[in-house]
Design a protein around this ligand. Structure first.
Ligand code: PLP
Length: 469
């Protein structure tokens, strides 16, 4: 689906009231879910006393309770009560070969047996992993491995400032670049500023310039206005749009950023934590043919194995990470580039190529998007729709991410729309579909006809619960 059509349909959705499931039907779904998931509820009740909120995972459906998973294989997961799910959360994007992919797991088990987890010294796998990333990503000459996407986003800001000698970082509203102090600004929903920044001093945002997505004028003005205030060191951008495309990018947006970065001597930074090795083996930079100066990588490079993050990019820029005391940009971590993570990176990327994992996951996503849109077309009164950037799918049922903050009832709108989306998600979960935040689905190379058929059946059932208008 093209950008303009997404915007038109989103606008139309926001102009209509939300379509809740009638209370008695919703209550029956909650009852079913609770009956099926007794052990998950039990674990949650106990965890609440020891873990704040009873759960760590922000991406999962945690209301009315988080599901405790037992195991996963291919595109399926089973919870501790033995219920089966079609998984479209896929750990928040990194799983593309499928869960428990044996050729990868066997290599890792071999390394653990033969070499142990970590020594704090370098290993040959570090070189092999770097080589593999550089081979695929056109904008990458060098790689600095770290331990998470959040760490890599922290480091990339420092690298950009050190290299350019400039101060300010442009962050696009609604984008997520991890939870470090400077980056928890206008996250999830554009223009929300410090709404989610509890515990972070306002000073941390002094050099962050918040620009609304696809606002070409504001972008150019941000470069101009900050010329005498320290200048723009870099623009950090999710190349398919904030929240992995929940706020989709205008087709000219990335090119405009590239042009302005060149004009003002600033660095263009692609956060490819989700798009790298999912949209394309060469990331969004290859997919769109736009070269960033720096690239942030995360969970996907180790296919879900721990300690996963990296800053990568142009050699002259990356060299600021080397040098003597006081010269180099300080960034690292004890477990960064440990042999297990590096071997996971090396073998996962090789296996993705051998299996055409991205091609298969994309083909499935295209089929599913079409089939779901055909199904939604049978209920024009709802206006639901799906769009995808390759193996990254977004579905809109209430558009709570996109409420206009200038509206007088904006907060109430967001809360109501989010609640209804959560209710829909309870139904899909109760019947065996696991998605992300009630708005997103990731696909892997193992999703098949059976997964597609079952997914459609569950959506059809959800639609049947919402009265026609
Ligand atoms: C685009 C993007 N950047 C950064 C991060 C943070 O990565 P991590 O959760 O590994 O810290 C995420 C996490 O989902 C992400 O989607």
């Amino acid at each position: 689906m093209e950008y303009q059509e997404i915007l038109t349909r989103r606008k139309e959705m926001l102009s209509r009231p939300v379509r809740p499931i009638p209370p008695e039907k919703l209550a029956a779904e909650h009852k079913l879910y609770a009956e099926r998931c007794k052990r998950s509820i039990d674990i949650f009740e106990k965890a609440k006393g020891m873990i704040p909120g009873g759960v760590e995972h922000n991406l999962s459906q945690n209301k009315p309770f988080p599901l405790a998973m037992d195991r996963a294989k291919g595109y399926k997961m089973w919870d501790v009560d033995g219920n089966e799910y079609i998984d479209y959360l896929l750990c928040g994007a990194p799983i593309i070969l499928g869960h428990g992919y044996e050729p990868l797991d066997e290599k890792i088990i071999e390394i653990i047996r033969q070499k142990g987890p970590a020594t704090g010294l370098t290993s040959e796998y570090e070189l092999l992993a770097a080589e593999e990333i550089i081979k695929h990503m056109p904008g990458v000459d060098m790689v600095r491995f770290l331990q998470s996407g959040t760490e890599a986003d922290m480091a990339v800001i420092r690298i950009a400032r050190a290299f350019t000698g400039k101060l300010k970082i442009i962050k696009i509203g609604g984008s997520y670049h991890g939870w470090s102090d400077q980056m928890v600004y206008s996250i999830h929903i554009p223009q929300t500023g410090a709404l989610e920044a509890r515990g972070i001093p306002a000073e941390c945002f002094a050099h962050i310039v918040d620009v609304a997505p696809n606002d070409f004028e504001a972008l150019e003005k941000a470069f101009q206005d900050n010329q005498d205030k320290g200048g723009i060191a870099g623009v950090l951008v999710e190349p398919v749009g904030g929240e992995s495309g929940a706020h989709p990018v205008h087709p000219d947006w990335n090119r405009a950023i590239r042009r302005l970065c060149d004009q003002y001597g600033s660095l263009m930074i692609f956060d490819e934590v989700v798009t790298g090795f999912r949209l394309d083996m060469g990331g969004a930079q290859k997919f769109y043919g736009i070269m960033p100066d720096l690239t942030v990588l995360g969970k996907i490079i180790t296919h879900g194995y721990p300690s996963s993050g990296a800053v990568a990019g142009r050699k002259d820029v990356m060299k600021v990470c080397a040098g003597g005391l006081g010269e180099k940009v300080f960034a690292g971590g004890t477990l960064a580039a440990n042999p297990i993570s590096m071997a996971a990176c090396y073998y996962a990327l090789k296996l993705m190529v051998e299996n055409d994992a991205v091609g298969k996951a994309t083909a499935y996503a295209n089929r599913l998007a079409k089939a779901l849109n055909d199904l939604f077309a049978t209920r024009p009164d709802l206006g639901f729709f799906v769009y995808n950037f390759g193996a990254i799918m977004h579905y809109m049922t209430t558009a709570f991410f996109s409420v206009d903050l200038a509206a007088p009832d904006a907060l109430a709108q967001i809360l109501t729309r989010k609640q209804v989306a959560d209710d829909y998600q309870v139904v899909t979960m109760a019947h065996g579909l696991c998605t992300l935040a009630g708005t997103r689905m990731y696909t892997c190379m193992q999703h098949d006809d059976e997964a597609l058929k079952k997914t459609l059946e569950i959506w059809e059932y959800l639609l049947s619960l919402i009265p026609r208008s």
